[in-house]
Write a protein that binds this ligand. Structure first.
Ligand code: NAD
Length: 258
């Protein structure tokens, strides 16, 4: 069992889905948690404090560098800095590239990719000074392969895998590591919206749409869970992860083995 007592983890987009699951895993291991994201903030804070961990929430919009800087200032003031950074905030929009709304493209690139540059540049000086740090970028199978209709998301996630590699090289001789995790489908609000869209478009039930979504891409036929992703983050935070650097680690039910 890994002990993260005394460490502080900042998880972007952690009020629901994968980010909340990862924050709960880190909290159970003893880390202080900086939550971020919109929606039911009180429920997310309650889930973290129920583990006995200390937690604070900052509502930084990950499209806004000034708000991201304010979130880091809060982490510094409350907990003395950030030891573990999980870049998780992300949104999706599905449309053909020639019909893709320009504003959606800009938002997806800002939230899913550029925010990871800002958080990384703000976290690194403290991690270098302490000669220990973990940066985990929640990319996607779409950081490794494409899918029609997801141009902005696939471009952003491939970019995040690239940022991961360069950050890992620039920190390779230090106690700071940077890796990406590439999940397949996880049943969260982000994917529920895609299931609803399939059900509506094809006039089928939500269960049938869910089975269709998995059958198309994920050979295991099972969703990946936030808990499984949280355990992978814990491994990367442990001494076992000391020499895992610049990896794009798939947890995808076989999606990218095809
Ligand atoms: P989700 O919709 O459940 O959670 C997204 C989180 O990001 C929420 O906390 C939301 O409030 C926050 N958020 C959205 N816009 C924001 C903004 N502008 N500023 C700050 N926070 C913002 O989605 P999820 O499925 O848990 O996705 C989390 C990450 O995992 C994303 O990066 C996503 O691309 C990635 N991912 C998801 C899946 C999947 O199947 N669900 C698969 C691979 C990768």
């Amino acid at each position: 069992m890994i002990d993260l007592q005394g460490k502080t983890a900042l998880v972007t987009g952690s009020t629901s889905g994968i980010g909340l699951g990862i924050a709960e895993s880190l909290a159970r291991a003893g880390a202080n948690i900086v939550l971020n994201g919109f929606g039911d903030v009180d429920a997310a804070l309650a889930a973290i404090t129920a583990t006995g961990a200390r937690a604070v929430h900052h509502s930084a919009d990950m499209r806004r560098p000034d708000e991201i800087e304010a979130m880091f200032a809060l982490a510094q003031e409350r907990f003395g800095g950030v030891d573990i950074l999980v870049n998780n905030a992300g949104i999706q929009h599905v449309a053909p590239v020639d019909e893709f709304p320009v504003g959606k493209w800009d938002d997806i690139l800002a939230i899913n990719l550029t925010s990871g540059f800002h958080t990384t540049r703000l976290a690194l000086p403290g991690m270098r000074a302490r000669n220990w740090g973990r940066i985990v970028n929640i990319a996607s199978v779409h950081g490794l392969v494409g899918s029609a209709g997801k141009s902005a998301y696939v471009a952003a996630k491939h970019g995040l895998v690239g940022l991961t590699k360069v950050t890992a090289l620039e920190t390779a001789a230090t106690g700071v590591t940077c890796n990406a995790i590439c999940p397949g489908f996880v049943l969260t609000p982000l994917v529920a919206a895609q299931i609803d869209a399939i059900a509506q478009r094809e006039s089928i039930t939500a269960d049938a749409a869910q089975a269709r979504l998995l059958a198309d891409k994920q050979p295991s036929g099972q969703f990946v869970t936030p808990e499984q992703l949280g355990n992978l983050v814990l491994m990367l935070c442990s001494a076992m992860g000391d020499q895992v650097r610049g990896a794009a680690w798939a947890m995808d039910g076989g999606w990218t083995a095809q």
